[in-house]
Every structure is written in C-alpha cells, then in structure tokens.
Design a protein around this ligand. Structure first.
Ligand SMILES: NC(=O)c1ccc[n+]([C@@H]2O[C@H](COP(=O)([O-])OP(=O)(O)OC[C@H]3O[C@@H](n4cnc5c(N)ncnc54)[C@H](OP(=O)(O)O)[C@@H]3O)[C@@H](O)[C@H]2O)c1
Length: 278
C-alpha cells in the first residue's frame, strides 16, 4: 500500500520529531501533526501540515501514525488516550520511533493487535542535525507487512541505513538501548583516558588524532575525542537526559533477563551525579 496520497499522523514534535516531520512534508507526504504543547507545531503548519488537537485526531482508519515522544510513559499515554486505538483500527500501523523498553513495545503491540492494527518499531540513531542531513541509522522490527509499508517513510525521514531485525517486536528497541549504552561508555572512557594523557603532560589532541584515525576510527570516538580534547566534558549538562534515561532502560532490560551490568551501573552513577564524574 502506498501512503503517499493519504495523510500520515505524526505525534511528538520535540527536538527530533520536528526535523523528521519536516522531512516528510518536504518529501510530499501530507501530515496531521499533534504535540502536547501545541505551539511547537507552528513551523510545520506554516509548511502545510494540518493540526490534530488530540492524539486520536492524528490517526485515520487503516492509516499510518508515527510517534516520537520522550519515554515509555508518554508513549503509553498516547496509545491509551481516548479513541486512539479505535480510530487507527483495522489495517492501521503505528510506527513507534521513541527509545523505550522492549517490554513496553511488546505490551503496546498486544494492545494494537486487539484493535486490528500493527505496532512496528524503528528507534533512531542520530541527532536532530543528522536528521536534517538525512544521516540517520535505523533498526526496525515488527511484522513484515508493516515494515514494508513504513520503509519509504523512514527513507523520507532521513534514514541513510535501515537494519531489519525480524518480526519480533522489542528487538529493535533492545538494539537501540545497547547502542546508546556503548555510546555513553565511549564518551566516559574517552574522557578518562584523555585526562590521564593531559595530567601526564601528553597532548590529548595528538593522542586523539592518532587513535581515531587508526584503531578507533569510528564516528563516536572521533566526535567525543575532539570534544574532550578541546576541554569539554563528554556530555553537556543539557545532554545528560537522554543517556540517563537510556542507560536506565538498558539496566532494566538486562535485569529482566538476569544479565549483569556492572559498567552500566557505574555510568548511571556518573549520569546521576552520585559518583565522581570523570
Ligand atoms: N534528541 C536526540 O538527539 C535523540 C536521538 C535519538 C533518539 N532520541 C529519542 O527520541 C525521542 C524524542 O526525543 P527528543 O530529543 O525529541 O525529546 P524532546 O525534545 O524532549 O521531545 C519530547 C517530545 O515528547 C512529548 N511528550 C513528553 N511527554 C509527553 C506526554 N506525557 N504526552 C505526550 N507527549 C509527551 C513532548 O511534548 P511537549 O513538547 O509538550 O513537551 C515532545 O514532543 C526520545 O525517546 C529520545 O530518547 C533522541
């Protein structure tokens, strides 16, 4: 089914939602947009989007609705809000892009199934600037028919790569949590390593230049390396909310499958300010 002519619902116009929705409009998809704080929809209304006044208004029978809200509680409140599941109804697809627990994804997928609609998850690797530049990496999981239907939307929203993790809901959510845990670990370990260099009188920039052009030639080490070598902490005070939330979700998920997380435990301490920060 092509969704090009039908309008797509988009719920959650925060830092990441706004550029993704704008990309869809620019690609020619008509949009109905909802945000809890309605003023954030203004830039999209100016570009031709229609305003939805509640989450259910963003959904259409058998259509696609995309959500990109902050966390598990926000996502659950959207899905269980008055009329949302009933309006989306049979054949509808909920493309969920927030970073949430696999258990939340499973629970919401079951609720959708009771109403004849399908939950498919596609959490995002990439910041708002990467969305604007169409440089997002996106793992997806969920029923094949729904993944096929949302693939053109993911491309239009800025995916440079889409990775299919099968039909079981919760797998892409887990991949995202693992990725964010590794990103956070890289930030703090790079910070600790370069502090040793600096205190020993070795130029951190030279260390970063060599390591990130050879054995650690990965975007994450390169960007954190540059940032830290220039004297900045790995995460700005405003940038702590996402790693704090996501390391917590990784720990909860690991606990559910009885997998130990000593490093994530340490990171939670840094991120909450309880342990000495590096
Ligand atoms: N920013 C990034 O670099 C980035 C990168 C990858 C993944 N992510 C993930 O993407 C998701 C969105 O992140 P963001 O950076 O766009 O966050 P954000 O700027 O804080 O926006 C959060 C959005 O969620 C909405 N929201 C929060 N609580 C709600 C509730 N109870 N009911 C309805 N809506 C609610 C907010 O509405 P209001 O405007 O009314 O507050 C806003 O639209 C998160 O899961 C995040 O982990 C973010």
């Amino acid at each position: 089914m092509s969704d090009m002519g039908d309008s797509i619902g988009f719920i959650g116009l925060g830092q990441l939602g706004l550029p993704l929705a704008a990309n869809l409009l620019q690609a020619g998809y008509p949009l109905r947009v909802y945000n809890r704080t309605s003023s954030k929809a203004e830039p999209l209304l100016e570009q031709g989007a229609q305003r939805a006044t509640q989450p259910a208004d963003a959904a259409r029978a058998g259509g696609v609705v995309i959500t990109l809200v902050w966390d598990d509680a926000a996502l659950e409140s959207v899905v269980t809000s008055a009329g949302f599941l009933e309006r989306l109804g049979h054949g509808g697809v909920h493309l969920s892009m927030s970073t949430v627990l696999p258990a939340t994804a499973e629970k919401l997928a079951a609720l959708h199934a009771q109403h004849g609609s399908t939950y498919v998850e596609a959490p995002i690797f990439g910041r708002p600037e990467a969305a604007v530049a169409h440089q997002l990496w996106i793992p997806v999981s969920g029923p094949d028919h729904a993944k096929e239907r949302v693939r053109p939307l993911l491309q239009a929203m800025g995916a440079q790569g889409i990775f299919d993790f099968g039909e079981a809901v919760g797998v892409a959510a887990l991949v995202k949590l693992i990725g964010n845990f590794l990103i956070t670990s890289a930030g703090y370990s790079m910070s600790e390593a370069l502090q040793v260099a600096e205190k020993a009188g070795v130029d951190p920039k030279a260390v970063v230049d060599m390591l990130t052009s050879t054995l650690f030639a990965a975007p994450i080490y390169q960007s954190y390396g540059r940032r830290i070598a220039e004297g900045n902490p790995p995460f700005s005070p405003n940038g702590l909310a996402i790693p704090r939330k996501d390391v917590g979700l990784l720990r909860q998920t690991a606990e559910a499958v009885q997998s130990p997380t000593p490093i994530a435990h340490l990171l939670s301490g840094f991120l909450s300010g309880e342990a000495a920060t590096v």
